[in-house]
Structures are given as C-alpha cells and as structure tokens.
Write a protein that binds this ligand. Structure first.
Ligand SMILES: Nc1ncnc2c1ncn2[C@@H]1O[C@H](COP(=O)(O)OP(=O)(O)OP(=O)(O)O)[C@@H](O)[C@H]1O
Ligand SMILES: [Mg+2]
Length: 447
C-alpha cells in the first residue's frame, strides 16, 4: 500500500530541479501562512470580534430597557439619543407602533461574521424579537428591536463591531511572503544555471560533440562535479588519442616493408608458390588498411548538418557500380537532417551494407523518425547471425566460424568500426532478426 502511495506521489512531483526547489521553498511558506491565518482568525480575531459585539449588545440591551420604560417622556428620549451618540457612538430612533419585518437578507463575508457574532451576544441579553442589517459598503450595522409599543432602531458604525486591522495583517503576511518568494526564485535561478550548463555539456559530450567553452561555476558541489567531468573528458580523450596513435604508428610502419615484399614477390618466377605468397601479401595489405582505418576512427572530422537521404543516395550509386542494388525507403514529409561527421558516418553505413553484400543477396534500408531519434533499419536476406553472437560480432577481429577462411575474407573490423562511429555520435547500433529472414541492423541516432 505504502509503495503504491509513494509511487503516485513521485509521479506528482515536478520533474525539473527548479520546479522541485520552488516547491520545497513555497510549501513551507504556504503551510505557515495557512496555519498562522487559521490561528489568527480563530483565536485572536474572532475573540476580538466577540468582545466588540458583546459591548455593543450590552449597550443595545440597556437602551432597550430605557426606551421601553420612558418612550412617552420626550425630554428623556431626547437626552438619551444625544448621550448615546456621544458616549456609545450609536444613533437611536424610536418608531411608535412600528413592527420589524422578517429578516430575509443574505449575508456573506464580513457581513456574515458581524451578524453571527452580534446575534450570539444579543440572544444572551435581549428576550425580544430583533433584526440585524449589515451594510458592508456603507460601513454601518443596524439593530432593530421589537418593543411592546414600537420598534427601536440602533445604528452603529462598523468599526465598533469589526476590527479591520486583521485584513491589514493578512495583507502584510501575503505580501512579505510574495516578496520572499520572488527573491528566492531569483537566487535559485542563479544556483541552478551552472547545473543546467553541466548537464548540457555532459549531454553534448555523450553525443560526441565538442564542448568548447565549458568552465566550472556555481556552488562548491557543482564545481566539483564539473571539474570531475572535465577530468574524465580529458582522460577519455587522452586514452583515445593514445590508442589511435599507437595503432596508426604500427600499421603505418608495417606498410613500408609490406610494399617492399610486394615488389619482391612480383620479381619471383611464376608458379604456385608465387600465387600463394601474392595472395597472402594482398591479405596483409587489406588487413593493415583496415587496422589503420579503425585506428584513425573518425579523427578530427567536424560535425555538419547532413541529409541522411543524400548519404544513402551516394551509397546506392557506389554499390550499384558493383552490381548490388539497394532499396531505400523513408517516410514522406519528414526531414532526415542531423548533425554528424559525414565521412565517418558514410564509412559506417558502407561497412554495414558491404556485410549484406558479402553475406546475403539483397538489402533493404528504411528510415524512421520520431521527435528525438532517427532510426535506420538495414535488412538483408542472408543467413543472419545466431542471437548469442550479437555482441561478439562487435568485438574487433571477431568473425563467425563459417566465414573464416572463406572467399569473403574480411578482417572482422567492419562492425566494430561501425559501432565506434555510431557511439561517437551518441547513438546506438544493435542487431535483430530481419523480417526478410536475414540480419537486421538497427542504428538509432539522436537528433
Ligand atoms: N549481414 C550479415 N549476415 C550474416 N552475417 C554477418 C552479417 N554481417 C556480419 N556478419 C558476421 O559478423 C562478422 C563480423 O562482421 P564484420 O563486418 O565486423 O567483419 P567482416 O565482414 O568479417 O570483415 P570486414 O572487416 O572486412 O568487414 C562477420 O564475419 C560475419 O560472420
Ligand atoms: Mg564486414
């Protein structure tokens, strides 16, 4: 039960760091506001209002008694009216033979509060029918009481019944909270910016793009993470560079003696031996070329905006010269443009297609695009690869048993090179069973 509960809570939580920090900040403020407003209104404010009502109700009950006894004595009535204005700040009116109307008005907000407080206090003191009218706009409250021979109308200003300092207090609290919040948001934005920058830099680097102007900034932990990221980047770059230069050096050094050997073989007299030797030397040359290509990787090629359809068109032409037909299908009305290193990418696609050419008869290529990915499917109708070898074929120099020593004679670097290139673009290359019976190579690239 609690697992389900916390799971749904997690879903409700905002996703960005900014929104979360804002929530962490605002929630206590709002809670404090609600609690203090509740305490204030419940205890202090309603207590004050009750006391105000009690004093007005006491005066009304005194006036009711006086008027009921002396309403015929004009002299007394005049004195009473004058003194209630000066001492109680209420005005008095007596209507001989008057009857109060039944109360049908609705009261809301402040009017409701005043009326319920006042009637609570009046009920305790006056055992006669009465009626309360509140005019919030004009700020007065009227109490009409039914006497034996007429009606007494007492009109009191609102300030005698209602303390508006409560609203001022409320306004202050909300206002100060709002100001605090704005200040906090401004500060928080500055704190979050370096984290965002770090995230963007890491993402770019993950996609194999340049991260030229990145420098650590912000709070200590953020700087630390940024510095670690930069160290990591430097280490990876250095490792790649070392591997590259070593392999390139070895391959390059081997080329010169190999060229010499080739010349020497040419000078041998014709025969079985020469043929075998020549094919060995050719194999070696091809292998060394492949190592060099693998070692060089995608080198220092710059990323450019590239149309994938153009790249496939070129590949179609290249393989067609060899008599190998490629079918490319892409969803209409979608662009397949993205940032990549065109030469390297073309080599990757070339490797995959040439595998299909070697190990199958036909190849079908299809492109799909969604919001943040382009997916390329390369299907063929060959024998395919057993599922347990899907990972192995991406290891350098790995070749399947049946293709060893065969006339196809590869080195086993085609797929590793392709994978290297795709990973450096922040993408993914995987294998699957093709609906055309052979192998399906799936290349997914972020856009
Ligand atoms: N389309 C395919 N159909 C069947 N098997 C394949 C296919 N593509 C690759 N393979 C198998 O995976 C192995 C590795 O392929 P990879 O392209 O890396 O090397 P290769 O083709 O043997 O040599 P090269 O370095 O010349 O490309 C191949 O030897 C082959 O056995
Ligand atoms: Mg290959």
């Amino acid at each position: 039960m609690s697992i389900i509960h916390s799971f749904s809570l997690k879903k409700l939580l905002p996703r960005t760091l900014f929104a979360r920090s804002l929530l962490i900040l605002t929630l206590p403020i709002i809670l404090t506001l609600i609690i203090s407003i509740y305490i204030f209104f419940d205890r202090h404010w309603s207590g004050t209002a009750a006391r105000l009502s009690a004093s007005v109700a006491g005066e009304v009950s005194y006036l009711v008694e006086q008027v009921n006894q002396h309403h015929n004595d004009d002299e007394f009535m005049k004195g009473l009216m004058d003194s209630s204005i000066t001492h109680f700040q209420v005005s008095l009116k007596y209507i001989e033979g008057g009857k109060i109307k039944s109360d049908s008005d609705k009261y809301i907000g402040r009017g409701q509060v005043i009326r319920s407080m006042l009637s609570h206090e009046l009920d305790k003191r006056i055992k006669r029918p009465y009626l309360i009218l509140v005019d919030v706009e004009e700020k007065w409250t009227q109490i009409q009481v039914q006497l034996d021979s007429g009606t007494l109308i007492v009109t009191s200003p609102q300030r005698r019944l209602f303390s508006s300092s409560g609203y001022v207090f409320l306004l202050w609290m909300v206002g100060v909270s709002a100001i605090l919040l704005v200040v906090a948001i401004l500060f928080m934005r500055n704190q979050i910016r370096p984290i965002k920058r770090l995230a963007v830099a890491a993402e770019r680097y993950g996609k194999g793009r340049d991260v030229p102007f990145f420098k650590p900034e912000g709070a200590r932990e953020v700087r630390q993470a940024a510095r670690s990221f930069m160290d990591m980047r430097a280490r990876i770059d250095k490792q790649i560079q070392q591997r590259t230069s070593m392999l390139a050096g070895v391959s390059h050094d081997l080329r010169t003696p190999l060229t010499r050997m080739k010349l020497q073989v040419e000078m041998l007299s014709e025969g079985e031996d020469k043929k075998a030797l020549k094919s060995d030397v050719d194999d070696m040359k091809r292998m060394i070329d492949a190592y060099l290509q693998f070692a060089k990787g995608d080198g220092n090629e710059e990323m450019e905006r590239t149309d994938l359809l153009k790249i496939f068109e070129r590949q179609e032409n290249i393989f067609e010269r060899d008599g190998f037909k490629i079918e490319v299908a892409a969803e209409e009305n979608k662009t397949y443009e993205l940032f990549l290193r065109p030469v390297a990418f073309e080599r990757c696609i070339g490797n995959v297609i040439s595998n299909a050419q070697k190990y199958a008869h036909n190849v079908w290529i299809s492109l799909e695009r969604d919001e943040d990915h382009i997916t390329i499917y390369v299907d063929d109708d060959g024998q395919g690869i057993a599922e347990e070898h899907y990972e192995d074929v991406f290891k350098p120099f790995y070749r399947e048993e049946k293709s060893r020593n065969s006339k196809t004679g590869g080195v086993g670097l085609g797929l590793p090179i392709a994978q290297d290139i795709i990973l450096a673009h922040g993408g993914e290359i995987t294998l699957d069973k093709s609906p055309k019976d052979g192998l399906r190579v799936v290349i997914q690239l972020p856009v």
